[in-house]
Design a protein around this ligand. Structure first.
Ligand code: 5GP
Ligand code: ZN
Length: 296
C-alpha cells in the first residue's frame, strides 16, 4: 500500500462517506451520489435497447443461492438473514434477553452478486429463443469482508449487464464489453489496466478452481489504482460462465442445448471512489471530459 495514496483517500473520506458503526458499511454523501448518478446514467446509455431491466432487493432466496453451491465455493463471503421465529406467544423468551442467541436462519440470504437472481427467473420462462436474452440488473450486494479500506465494503452496489444464449453469443458479449471498457475508462479519464482474474474460491479445492478459471480466461477485471499502483482495485469484471448457470438451472435453448451466460459487473461504489481518488474532491477541477461524460 502506498502511504501517499493512503493519505489521499483518508483526506477524501469525510467528503464521501459516513461510517455507520461497522467496518465496510457507509452512508454516502450528496457529493458521492452526484457522481454515482452520473455513472448510473452513463451505464444506461450503453444498455442494448432489447435488454430487460430488473432491480433486485438486497436479499434473495437462500434455496436459490444454495443451488449454485455458493455456500461451498465462497463460505467466507456468505451472509444469511437470521430472525426470531415467534410462534404466537405474546412474550418472546430470549435467553438472557439476547435476541441474537435465540435467532435462527431464515429462507433468505443477502445477495452476493447482482446477477444471481436472474437465472432462476429465466429458467422459469422455459426454452430461450435463438436470439438469446439480455438483462440490465442491479442490487445492493453483501460480502462478509470487513475492512477499514474504502474500496472493500461489506455492503456495496453492483450493476450488471447479463447475456444468456449460445456459447458464441455469451462469449461475443464478453469480448465486446472488454473492448467497450477501454472507451468507458477513457471517457472518465481513469488510469486502468484490464487483466485476467479469478474469483476468491474457498480452500484448497478452491485454489484449483481459481487456477482453472485463469487458465480458461473466464474472468477479467478492470483495475484502477486507488490505494496502490502495484495492487490496483477491481472496479469492473467481465465474466464468461460457460454453461455453469445453464446447467445449474437447466436452462435450454430451443435446440435443446444448455445455454451459456456472461455478465459484465460495474462496482458502483468502487468506480465512484476511483473517480474521486483520481480526480480529487472538487468536481469543478475534474477533467472536462470526465465532467461532460458524467453530466457534472
Ligand atoms: P465480482 O463478482 O467480480 O467479484 O465483483 C463484481 C464487482 O463488484 C467488482 O469488480 C467490484 O467492482 C465490485 N466489488 C466486489 N467486491 C467489492 C467490495 O468489497 N467493495 C466494493 N465497494 N465493491 C466490490
Ligand atoms: Zn454476474
Amino acid at each position: 500500500m502506498s502511504q501517499a495514496l493512503d493519505d489521499r483517500i483518508a483526506l477524501l473520506a469525510p467528503a464521501l462517506f459516513h461510517h455507520l458503526g461497522a467496518d465496510g458499511v457507509y452512508a454516502r454523501t450528496a457529493l458521492f451520489e452526484r457522481v454515482i448518478e452520473g455513472l448510473t446514467k452513463l451505464i444506461s446509455r450503453y444498455r442494448d435497447p432489447s435488454a430487460e431491466v430488473m432491480r433486485f432487493p438486497p436479499v434473495m432466496s437462500r434455496a436459490q443461492l444454495e443451488r449454485t453451491d455458493y455456500q461451498n465455493n465462497f463460505p467466507q463471503l456468505l451472509g444469511g438473514v437470521c430472525c426470531l421465529h415467534l410462534h404466537g406467544s405474546a412474550e418472546p423468551s430470549l435467553p438472557g434477553g439476547d435476541w441474537a442467541a435465540a435467532a435462527s436462519t431464515s429462507d433468505l440470504v443477502v445477495t452476493p452478486a447482482a446477477c444471481y437472481p436472474v437465472y432462476p427467473l429465466v429458467a422459469a420462462r422455459g426454452a430461450v429463443a435463438e436470439k438469446g436474452l439480455l438483462f440490465d440488473v442491479s442490487a445492493d450486494c453483501f460480502r462478509r469482508e470487513p475492512s477499514r479500506q474504502l474500496d472493500r465494503l461489506q455492503s456495496f452496489r453492483m450493476r450488471e449487464f447479463v447475456r444468456v444464449g449460445s456459447a458464441e453469443q455469451a462469449f461475443g458479449f464478453r469480448s465486446q464489453w472488454l473492448e467497450r471498457a477501454n472507451e468507458l475508462a477513457g471517457l472518465l479519464c481513469l488510469n486502468y489496466r484490464i487483466d485476467k482474474a479469478s474469483d476468491p474460491f474457498f480452500g484448497r479445492t478452491g485454489q484449483l478452481l481459481a487456477m482453472s478459471q485463469v487458465e480458461q480466461s473466464l474472468k477479467y477485471e478492470l483495475l484502477i489504482p486507488i490505494y496502490s499502483s502495484e495492487r490496483p482495485t477491481a472496479c469492473m469484471s467481465f465474466n464468461y460462465h460457460q454453461d455453469h448457470f445453464g446447467s445449474t438451472w437447466q436452462i435450454n435453448g430451443k435446440d435443446g442445448e444448455l445455454v451459456h451466460t456472461a455478465c459484465v459487473a460495474f462496482g458502483m461504489d468502487r468506480l465512484g471512489l476511483a473517480l474521486f481518488a483520481t480526480h480529487g474532491a472538487r468536481l469543478d477541477l475534474w477533467p472536462e471530459r470526465a465532467r461532460e461524460t458524467l453530466g457534472l
